[in-house]
Design a protein around this ligand. Structure first.
Ligand SMILES: Nc1nc2c(c(=O)[nH]1)N[C@H]1C(S)=C(S)[C@@H](COP(=O)(O)O)O[C@H]1N2
Ligand SMILES: [Mo]
Length: 249
């Protein structure tokens, strides 16, 4: 952001009308114009430079009374059902691919790592939002344990469920993977994650739209490219419905 100054963007956003800044600012219409330019500036700046900005965090009082569950609500896979019946005691998260130390982590392992708690807003492209509280280790902590190889560029999240006969999966790049609010959540609203919300573990990648937040995560694979993974577009929805792979908000 060193060369593009705030002011030059403000001018660009206002269509060059900022020359008489004070005069415009003094009229109601002018203030409106400047306000809009400011909004343009903020989203522009975020889009081009600020991938590490934090998503807004809320307070307990903001929690949505009801948090809708969407997509898969109860994976049909027999192996998943068996794990569920055993209260996920035998469940393991595999972390593999381009890592120096492949991991197999139990829920107890995951709960024993340093934890983060965050209250954030989930935005689904289908037109609903909800504020929820999430609890779990940062993804970066797990990735540091596994040791990413230099060739790793993306993380693929393989899930236990299928939609339209295809395995659900998602992927993110290393900026989102190491973002401080990207966590592997095993609790929601102070309770163990319910099955409909992705038990026993789901991704929270707070700067992204809802479909990137993979539920029922069984395996995290570090890869150099997403081209050869399933349909090649980085996620189930990207493969079948042309959803954007980068869904940053
Ligand atoms: N494995 C898996 N992850 C998923 C989905 C899914 O169907 N399967 N749906 C996605 C979509 S579109 C949204 S909006 C959120 C919904 O999360 P929720 O059920 O906790 O509300 O999960 C996302 N992650
Ligand atoms: Mo969604």
């Amino acid at each position: 952001m060193s060369l593009i100054t705030r002011r030059s963007l403000l001018i660009a956003g206002a269509g060059g009308l900022v020359a008489g800044c004070d005069r415009i600012g003094n009229s109601a219409a002018g203030r409106d114009l400047l306000f809009k330019a400011e909004a343009v500036h903020k989203s522009l700046q975020r889009a081009i430079t600020d991938r590490n900005a934090l998503a807004r965090e809320f307070s307990e009082a903001d929690l949505s009374p009801r948090f809708r569950a969407n997509g898969s609500l109860f994976p049909a896979d027999p192996a998943y059902r068996a794990l569920m019946r055993g209260n996920f005691a035998d469940w393991r998260l595999r972390v593999d691919g381009l890592v120096t130390r492949p991991l197999s982590l139990s829920l107890a392992d995951i709960r024993s790592l340093p934890q983060r708690v965050q209250i954030t807003r989930h935005d689904c492209v289908e037109g609903w939002s909800a504020i929820g509280k999430w609890h779990g280790p940062k993804l970066s902590t797990v990735l540091d344990l596994a040791g990413l190889k230099d060739s790793a560029r993306f993380l693929v999240f393989h899930c236990a469920d299928t939609l339209y006969g295809r395995p659900y999966y998602e992927s993110i790049d290393l900026i989102d993977a190491f973002h401080p609010q990207t966590i592997l959540a095993w609790a929601m609203n102070n309770r163990t994650l319910p099955v409909e919300h992705g038990a026993p573990l789901r991704l929270r990648v707070e700067r992204q739209l809802g479909y990137k937040h993979a539920k029922y995560v069984m395996r995290i694979e570090a890869v150099a490219s997403i081209d050869a993974v399933h349909g090649g577009k980085g996620g189930l929805w990207e493969d079948i419905a042309d959803y954007e792979w980068y869904a940053g908000i």
